[in-house]
Ligand binder design. Sequence first.
Ligand code: UGA
Length: 438
Amino acid sequence: MARLSVIGAGYLGVTHAVCMAHLGHDVVVIDTNTQRIEQLAAGIVPFHEPELAELLTKTIASGTITFTNDWATIAANADVHFLCVGTPQQSGSHAADMSQVFGAVASLSEHLSGSATVVGKSTVPVGTAATIAAQLKDRCGDDVRLVWNPEFLREGFAVQDTLHPDRIVLGVSDESDANIVKEIYAASLSDGTPLLVTDYATAELVKVAANAFLATKISFINAFADLADATGADITQLADAIGHDTRIGRRFLNAGVGFGGGCLPKDIRALQARATELGLADQFAFLTAVDDINKSRQRTVVERTLEALDGNLEHKTVAILGAAFKPDSDDVRDSPALHVAQTLADNGARVQIHDPEAIRVLRSKESDLVLCDSIEEALTDADVVLHLTEWAVYREIDPAQVGALVRNRVIIDGRNVLDRDRWTNADWSISYLGKPGS
Ligand code: UGA
């Protein structure tokens, strides 16, 4: 089994480290955030991700995972170093902030001696891997090799996506550099996971192309949701019908309040910024439309809420079901639900918000939203209810029972998943984004 380090204990790094340790590799995790390292060493996963806490406990007990904030420790105890630090959007620009990536490469290269492989997993602008490879060669010589191995995991399915990926992409400057990484992923490869060995630029672009395609698919269907609203068509039936064409596919065609999270929004902006730098602004201008359509979804929900409240938010209570950017996650980065909640609160409404996991995260920040521990608390005295993150638990709500709690039985389903008959049979008025009767 291999000796690995994982640099960066965010979503990607923790999941990757725990899964590699679960496969039997010896893994040491480093992060500059000492508190996070202490938490993890004590078996605490600092975010919600199904299956991860159990696997962390198991791998700590079996001794296959350890945590440190000392670069010398990882250089001495690992032969392969996975770079999993964040590349957030720069403030004041659409480009990616690369300081964590280059900072980590600088710190690591100071401590490397002898041969080692650095494996880049962070999402980066195309051209970064070539720059890092040159830096490593300069500082450490020819025995430190770089492989670019983009990550495709989805929050909420991070463990399964890491253990059973759709594909493995390895960007190399020399094919033999891929061998050590192939050994690390032997379990997935023997299960038949497709492997693509490419150059650096292709590997970097595969990642951003995939996220740009997914974001485009969502904005495409959301533009049609507006057209459906304008014409009386039904966006879910439309998506079902075009989705039967296997060239199109049904997944990522769910219209609603739009995409959010720590990846899709910032990745399309960074891709467009990089393409513009490379003189390809016109070809990538469509990503501005993708981003704008996505932002317009939140405005649509706010407008619908205003309509339901006769244009006046003062002294009105809005109940919001969902704060995370997607179900089975407590991540509120760029969350459409939270943007809508904040806009309504900023304009005078009392916003009572519930989320099965993300409320805990919101409590650690300053907020003028009323953070509710139960669905009932959120719905009490509501003038209108918004359903904005499609947690399974919201589909199980008994509309008749909660009808007694609210002032008005009016619900706007911003995810188009609640059953119309269930709600209307209990005397609720329910509306959707892109479905008739809205
Ligand atoms: C996304 C990609 O799906 C992963 O493949 C990628 O590895 C990851 O980004 C990353 O770059 O690290 P994730 O951010 O976990 O994963 O979330 P998604 O499942 O892609 O959902 C993104 C957003 O789109 C959510 O807000 C979701 O509610 C929304 N969405 C998704 C829709 O509005 N409609 C859909 O049909 C699907």
